[in-house]
Design a protein around this ligand. Structure first.
Ligand code: RRO
Length: 304
């Protein structure tokens, strides 16, 4: 059998395969260059960047739970100008799509960051993070269709890059937010960001995280994320990028069969930096076994 075709399209952007690494779990890629052949990845999604530098939340910022991980990083980053100066030169050398995640508290700040990125060669798409659970107001734009749409419209007005809107699971109906993002001009939606949760040190009778609450990711959230991806993919015409506890190629295939055009590997990178590359190999093996020539045949092929 000829090599299966794993190429997928996200708006105008073609990815060599559907396996990408999730924002906040892979730095800006350079940190992983000695561990992983970055050129094999479908895309690198960088840690969310804000207009001005941010120190992030007080430690501890990460805690392991029996089936997942809680984080409360609090959007630590050096700000967009330092990102462009320090990170883009390396990212320009990688033969992988680069998706820059952006976050803000004000609509005009989202637009200001996107305007700066619009001029930068080597930024292939923007992921609009409206769903950070760990900073005050970080989730505000993700909660209502109108506010999500307002952010997307403001970014769309200043950017020609493909736009992906990253959605929160901490909402009443994620499909409504996805449809609003589509209507406002988003080229894709990615879901889900982390679920708000907490952990307590029973000896000290204190929260373990410095910020008390954090975002839960990992295998614990996979069935819920999968259900949300399935529901969303039925409601929008734009590509859905699925994530939430994908640890191996079988998890990735579940998301693709549920309706995801591409997937993001997040928490698994902390356990095994090679996870995403292994997942690409696993998907290819499955396609050969099942005699599937094109990954597009798999997206949303769920029989119900
Ligand atoms: O930085 C964080 O604490 C963080 C962000 Br921006 C996000 O979108 N999701 C998450 O779990 N943590």
């Amino acid at each position: 059998m000829v090599k299966p075709n794993l190429k997928v399209k996200i708006g105008g952007l073609e990815l060599k395969n559907p396996v990408t690494v999730a924002s906040g779990t892979f730095g800006s890629g350079e940190e992983y260059k000695k561990l992983v052949d970055l050129n094999k990845l479908g895309a690198i999604v960088t840690k969310s960047v804000t207009l001005k530098p941010r120190e992030g939340n007080p430690p501890p910022r990460v805690v392991e739970t029996p089936s997942g991980m809680l984080n409360s990083i609090g959007l630590q980053n050096d700000g967009i100008d330092a990102f462009i100066k320090d990170k883009i030169p390396f990212l320009n050398k990688v033969k992988t799509a680069v998706i820059v995640s952006i976050a803000a508290h004000r609509i005009e700040d989202y637009a200001a960051i996107a305007r700066k990125l619009d001029k930068i060669k080597g930024v292939d798409a923007i992921e609009i993070n409206i769903s950070c659970p760990n900073v005050k107001g970080g989730l505000e734009f993700a909660r209502e269709p109108d506010s999500a749409a307002a952010v997307v419209r403001a970014v769309r007005a200043v950017s020609k890059k493909p736009l992906i809107t990253k959605l929160s699971p901490n909402v009443k109906d994620i499909t409504e937010i996805a449809m609003a993002a589509e209507e406002a001009g988003s080229d894709a939606v990615s879901l889900v960001n982390t679920f708000t949760g907490m952990a307590i040190d029973i000896g000290a009778k204190r929260p373990i995280l410095g910020n008390i609450v954090g975002g839960l990711s990992g295998p614990a959230i996979k069935p819920i994320a999968l259900r949300m991806v399935w529901e969303t993919a039925k409601k929008v015409k734009i590509p859905v990028i699925g994530m939430g506890g994908i640890m191996d190629h079988e998890d990735a295939l579940e998301f693709i069969i549920a309706g995801a055009s591409a997937i993001q590997v997040g928490t698994a990178n902390f356990v095994n930096p090679g996870a995403a590359v292994e997942i690409i190999g696993g998907i290819e093996r499955y396609m050969r076994q099942e005699k599937i020539k094109n990954i597009k045949e798999l997206t949303g092929c769920l029989k119900t």
